[in-house]
Design a protein around this ligand. Sequence first.
Ligand code: NAD
Length: 422
Amino acid sequence: MLATATLTAEKNAYEVALENFDLAANALELDNNVRAMIKYPERELTVSVPVRMDSGKIVRFVGYRVQHSTQRGPAKGGIRFHPNVTIDEVRALATWMTWKCAVVNIPYGGGKGGITCNPKEMSMGELERMTRRYASAILPIIGPEKDIPAPDVYTTPQIMAWIMDTYSMMKGYPVTGVVTGKPISLGGSLGRNEATGRGVFYTIRSSCQNLGIPFQGARTVVQGFGNAGSIAATLMHEAGAKVIAVSDTRGCIFNPRGLDVLAVVEFKKRTGSVTGFPGAEKITADELLALDCEVLIPAALENAITVDNAHTIRARIVAEAANGPVTPDADRIFDEKCVFLIPDILCNAGGVTVSYFEWVQDENHLFWDENDVNAKLEKIMVRSFNDVFKIHVERKVNMRLAANMVGVGRVAEACRVRGLYP
Ligand code: NAD
């Protein structure tokens, strides 16, 4: 196996993203001229976002939009509202979006945005004023042909609707294709809400087929029973796998005979958490990760599996529904233990793929039914898995490096044929 990037206390997500690029570029023996053109963000914008709070006081927030690449098409990527947002985090997420869009071969580059704020402490009115002011500040660089934002952590379809409305008011006509993840009533796509979990499910099914692991009865553990995790769990359950444990921020539940996932979804809807679900045992977060199982799906946040707990993992397949849940040091331990990793830029790419479908439908003013959306998504996810798996086998590299090689290789090829302007 080729080397894995190293994450140390001094290294932030962007430094890791750059190091992963170098590993892929080295494995591809990329020309230095091409590296110089595709490695770093093309454009970065930092904006002041003054907002009149409900108290009458004006507070200045800081927002960012980074376009890492537009080599293969307009920049694409979410907007995050979170207290920990920094320019380096946004750069890292934008860089990963470039490789992710290339892995699933949709005609986009990569971008990301964010505002350093705590939306949980803000009223709806404050959130709307902040969103609209931010949208007008980044307006010169976004648009359906330039850069198309979407929801990310703590941004919702409603927030996308405010961005669409602000952009449209400034242009003087409605522009639905400026953002994706919109409400269905405003040009959103059927199937978008389930797309990430559905894509996770397709990549796990392909992994089981290729590794000779029986899917029927495959014991599955899900950390983070939110949008991505609960949909992936539901589809695994419906297709015959056995979901034995799930968790959320309040706790973890376990039943070795298998949980009735649809009942857990209903229970969580009613009570706000999976904890207390009847007929299941309560276990700790560490015990959940260390369960003997075929499939582990980290679907919560970054850095869930690190050098401290990677050695406890007994799953044969780890499917990264979340972005960055397994650190580079943990990757190396997985290589030693022969854990099969489905990397985030492949595993959770179903979300951006159906965002692409949404944009296509908006631009054509013609909408598809849900079966069409799901069938097209399945085709793309299965093909992308096969592309990455082929490199993994032929080049004897781990799946993370294989996915980065596919992504970086496609962007490099676009760069080569476009050439350098002027
Ligand atoms: P979400 O907020 O719907 O769900 C997150 C879930 O994780 C919640 O149930 C929360 O309680 C749980 N959680 C948080 N911390 C936890 C912890 N320490 N232990 C156990 N559970 C914990 O968010 P989501 O949209 O499902 O996103 C989850 C991850 O998937 C994120 O990393 C996100 O970037 C990634 N992702 C999501 C999409 C998408 O379309 N939703 C697309 C690509 C990537």
